[in-house]
Structure formats: structure tokens, C-alpha cells
Design a binder for this molecule. Structure first.
Ligand SMILES: [Zn+2]
Length: 263
């Protein structure tokens, strides 16, 4: 089968499409033929060889976090997943046995890792992270869903515990994380202010129906937020950018952050 691998760190030119052996399917594994995958920042950082240990892997390495495909084979011990199913995965792998996993907080698991290897025609994944999906979901939608949407959900629901009536500001609301942030905050019943950096992106952002749309390059974002919230500031900032936005994020946040829930 073919896979897109890196043998050295660098720009996109270090990615090589080449023949590699098909993955072995263990007793608890599911073999998926990939329809599509995505490019996440983590893929880019691993390709570039960022110094942080979480981005360091032995080379050659097949990149890719998001799986979107059809099951073609299953291991002897796999019961719930059958060939022919369309599936994706939860790419966040925890040990399942430590104190953090037992508390339902897998992101704090000392053995926590993120799946890699989706840039291949065939991918073998442990059955416990496989999620069956409807055949109606377009492959390209499925392929860009798991990593960004699970991360956004963990930020807004798991950590910030967003509630109806709160006001949430989302930077860069057309990106993978940002667009998931807008949708999840709206789903939770929050008022959503979201930003984008060009006319074209603002038009796309309006399609997600946030309550207020701002251009983070040309608008005085903090002033507009303060005006919209009548001087109070927002309860939550969906901060996934960092250096360029951090100061404004702090300035637009209501003192003490979220208001206590009503009642
Ligand atoms: Zn664990």
C-alpha cells in the first residue's frame, strides 16, 4: 500500500508518497481503508521536528491524526465493529487503567498519546477508539472532524463548562478549532462573538451564524466586545491562537471570568 511519510524534518517537500508494508492487524485492531484525512497543526509540527517531546517520533514516520474510511478487516477479538462500516476514530489514546482514566479525565493520563498514521491507504487502529458513523457523512467532513472537534469540545464543555446565556468570544472562527468552537458554543446556548481576518473568511463565518462577527485585523475587537456586552466583557474566550491575541483576550474577559450560573 502507499503511505505519505517523512524521513527527515522540514517543509512540505520532505513528505514522500511511497510503498510500505500493509499494517498488521492485531486481535483487538480494526483495519480501515482511508477515504480522506486532514492536515492538523500537530502534523506540521511533527514534520518540522519541533523540540517538544510530544512532537518527536522515530523516523521514517507516517503522519496524520484523522481517520475517515471503511472497515475492511477486524482482529479475532473485535465484536462491535464489522467490515463494511464507515468509521472514524477518537485519536486521543489513554491507557484506560490509571487514576486519571478512572476519573474520566483521559487527557491527564500519564500514558496519553495522539494517534498518528492516517496518511496511508490502510490504517490499523485499536477497536476501543473506533467510532462507527453514518454512510451519509461526506468523507471530507468526517476527515476534518475528530481532532479539532474533540479538542474544542474539551475546551468549552470539559474545561470551561459553557452554559446557556453566557457570552463566548471565538478567535479565528473559520479554522478547524474556531469553527468547532462557534458551533459548540451556540449548541450550548451561549451568545457567540467570533472573528476572522479577511472579507472572504468573514462571509464563511457568517454562515455559522454567530451573534456578532468582527474582523480581528481592522476592528478594535476589545472595544466592540465591550460595547456588545455593555461594558461587562465576555464570560469565556475560546483562545487557540496565543501570542498575537492573548493580551486582547485578557482585556475583553469579564472580571473573574464566567458569571455564576443563574439560580
Ligand atoms: Zn490512563
Amino acid at each position: 500500500m502507499r503511505a505519505a511519510r517523512i524521513h527527515e524534518h522540514g517543509g512540505p517537500e520532505v513528505i514522500v508518497v511511497e510503498e510500505v508494508p500493509e499494517p498488521e492487524v492485531g486481535a483487538h485492531d480494526v483495519l480501515v481503508r482511508q477515504f480522506a484525512t486532514s492536515v492538523n497543526h500537530r502534523d506540521i509540527w511533527i514534520r518540522q521536528g519541533l523540540a517538544d517531546a510530544t512532537f518527536q517520533y522515530e523516523l521514517p514516520k507516517t503522519l496524520g491524526i484523522d481517520v475517515a474510511g471503511e472497515v475492511v478487516a477486524t482482529g479475532a477479538e473485535v465484536a462491535a465493529i464489522q467490515p463494511g462500516m464507515h468509521v472514524t476514530i477518537n485519536p486521543f489514546i489513554a491507557c484506560g487503567n490509571c487514576w486519571a482514566c478512572h476519573r474520566g479525565e483521559p487527557a491527564r493520563c500519564p500514558g496519553f498519546d495522539i494517534f498518528n498514521g492516517a496518511y496511508a491507504e490502510l490504517v490499523a487502529v485499536p477497536d476501543r477508539i473506533v467510532i462507527p458513523v453514518s454512510r451519509d457523512v461526506p468523507p471530507e467532513h468526517l476527515a476534518c472532524f475528530p481532532n479539532s472537534t474533540i479538542t474544542a469540545w474539551e475546551m468549552l464543555v470539559g474545561k470551561a463548562r459553557v452554559t446557556p446565556g453566557q457570552t463566548v468570544f471565538v478567535w479565528a472562527g473559520t479554522g478547524g478549532l474556531g469553527s468547532a468552537g462557534v458551533r459548540i458554543a451556540k449548541l450550548a446556548g451561549a451568545n457567540v462573538i467570533a472573528s476572522a481576518g479577511s472579507e472572504k473568511k468573514l462571509e464563511i463565518l457568517r454562515g455559522l451564524e454567530p451573534d456578532l462577527v468582527l474582523n480581528h485585523h481592522t476592528d478594535d475587537v476589545v472595544a466592540r466586545v465591550m460595547e456588545y456586552t455593555e461594558g461587562r466583557g465576555v464570560d469565556l474566550v475560546f483562545e487557540h491562537v496565543g501570542g498575537a491575541t492573548w493580551e486582547r483576550s485578557m482585556q475583553m474577559t469579564s472580571p473573574w471570568g464566567p458569571s455564576p450560573p443563574p439560580g
